[in-house]
Structure formats: structure tokens, C-alpha cells
Design a protein around this ligand. Sequence first.
Ligand SMILES: Cc1cc2nc3c(=O)[nH]c(=O)nc-3n(C[C@H](O)[C@H](O)[C@H](O)COP(=O)(O)OP(=O)(O)OC[C@H]3O[C@@H](n4cnc5c(N)ncnc54)[C@H](O)[C@@H]3O)c2cc1C
Length: 321
Amino acid sequence: MAVLTYAGAAYEAAPGETVLEALLRQGVDVANSCRAGACQSCLLRAACGTVPAVAQQGLKATLVEQGYFLSCVSRPETDLALEPAGGLEVAGRIAGLERLTETVLRARVETESPLEYRAGQYITLRRADGLARSHSLASLPADGALELHVRRAPQGKMSGWLFDEARADDPVSVRGPAGDCFYTSGTPEQPLLLAGTGTGLAPLVGICRDALGQGHTGPIRLFHGAVRPAGLYLRDELLALMRENSNFAYTPVVLEGGEDEGIAMGALDKVIASAHPKLGGWRGFVCGDPGTVALLRKKLFLAGMASREIFADAFVEAPRG
Ligand SMILES: Cc1cc2nc3c(=O)[nH]c(=O)nc-3n(C[C@H](O)[C@H](O)[C@H](O)COP(=O)(O)OP(=O)(O)OC[C@H]3O[C@@H](n4cnc5c(N)ncnc54)[C@H](O)[C@@H]3O)c2cc1C
């Protein structure tokens, strides 16, 4: 049985238990959300002891070297001396909150020192009481504040707070960035396809703006899906971006109710397949609901897109209950 030392106390991890499970079971308050190794909210540092390689997958090399790991997927094989990841955070404040639809909020966050990031990556946003959730970045560093698009999750703790209680100037902190869902400038003529539903649009719009700003010359095709037109957002901004850039096209897609509004009708994957049946040589970005992300990844691959050219962020949420 491995012994975990944290904040001056020792805790035993039962066989098969993750570090996060062991600490939570014994009353230690560790921030966490997805519990699936996707969101990085539960990052801890092992100052002593060895963590399994799976617990460091997807982390930056600099974090791996310092012993940081994802406690939700780490089943300890040795005793571990643990430290919180607070030292990686930068203090910030809510700079603005704007409802874009009934269920989507644009949150702007200013940090005390500038964060180095690429549009499309994600950060961990932490509230003053420690609640932490991942959010993708729709902004570019030149915009100043970080821009997040937050979906109101039914009874969701962080999204509910941001929608109903948070105010400008409330303190938050930010860790990151993380993830490889961002534009790289090496192949400016390569066609790009970006697709997602709901707030999956946040990283995609950031990537489009980044690519256009860096002089991408190849076609950029953005598909944004929702159940009904009310679920679409940023339409005017995206239509304006399309008018300003001849290589950029934006296609809103809904399942019902868009007949009279110039919106494509049908399932997102099918609308994409009919517009672009062959995707050999393309690069793809898919973000948002995990089921949709998995489906789109598969469909893009089957249409000929190389798997190394597909970049994805599934917005995995905390398990319910
Ligand atoms: C890499 C990554 C990037 C992400 N980027 C974004 C982004 O850009 N925008 C975005 O909106 N989200 C994003 N997410 C998801 C985000 O991190 C949160 O998981 C999400 O916002 C929900 O957080 P919450 O605290 O509001 O809900 P939580 O309190 O964590 O609840 C989790 C889920 O349980 C449900 N639930 C909670 N309580 C109950 C209950 N009593 N009965 C029934 N259901 C319940 C909620 O509806 C929700 O679906 C991202 C996730 C990852 C992993």
C-alpha cells in the first residue's frame, strides 16, 4: 500500500485507487473535474517518488521534468511526497461577463502577468475557493484579456457561478496553457477544416483568427453545429470575418428550425461530408462535446484526413453525482 504525504499529513492509497481518489476519500480537498486525464484540473507535483507514465501523458515536458502529474489517473506504485500545483498559477480577475445566448456566456479574464499561449489551447480557471475547470481560449494574446465561452451546464458549479453570481473584478487564478489544438504556420496553403458544436466554437474561432492573422492562404472552413438556431452564437462576427477574408467560410448547421435563415440543415458530420467528401491533405480541428468529437475524428479520418493532422479537444465534464 503506497503512502501519500500531502500538506504535512500521511494518507494511505488502497490497492487500485488513484491518488485523487485516495486523497478525496480521506477528506483532502483537491481540485478536480473530468477524472479522466483530460482537463488537468487535478494536477499535483510528486516531489519524491515515481508516478506512472500514463499520469504524465499530454503534459508539457517542463512539467514532466518537475514531477507534475494528473492525480486522477495515477495509481501509485511507490510512496509519494505530494505538493499542490499552485505555484504554476497566475492571479487574475474577471474583466467582463456577457451573455451571448441563453446558455452561452463570454467571460473575459485579465491576469496579473501576461500568459503565453496560442488561441485554441485551454487553461484551468480557478475560483477563489479552489473550484477549478478547464476552458478553451477564443482570444489571441494580442487581445489583452483571455476570452472564454462558457456553456451553462444544468446545476453546473462553475458555469452556474459564472452565469449567476460572478461579477467584474472577482478574483480568479489561471493555470496553463495546455493542449495542442492550435494553428501552426508552417504550411500556409494547407486547407483547414474546423468543426464543433456548442462552446466547441471557442477554440475554433480563436484558431481561425490566428490562422488568418498569420497570413494563411489556403481555404479555412468552419462548421458550427447546434440543435436549433438559438444555440448558434457569434454569427454576425463570423459572417463579417467571412466577408473580410475570401479564403474563410463559415457554415452554421442545425438539426431543426433553420430553413428560413440560410443555415445548413442536418447532422454536423453529414453536412461536412456532403461539402467535403475527400479530405486527403487537409488539417482538422474538432472541439466540444466528447461524443461529437469522437464521431467527427472518425469521419474526417475515413474521408482521408491523416490522423496526425487531426487535432481535438473533447470537453470532458466531471462525472455526475
Ligand atoms: C480540455 C477541456 C476544455 C474545455 N473547454 C470548455 C469551454 O471552452 N467551454 C465550456 O463551456 N466548457 C469547456 N470544458 C468543460 C468545462 O471544463 C466544465 O466541465 C463544464 O463547464 C462544466 O463545469 P461546471 O462546473 O459548470 O459543471 P459541474 O458542476 O462540473 O457538473 C458536471 C456535469 O454534471 C451535471 N450535473 C451536475 N450536477 C447535476 C445534478 N445534480 N443533476 C444532473 N446533472 C448534474 C452538469 O450539468 C454537468 O454536465 C472543457 C473541458 C475540457 C476537458
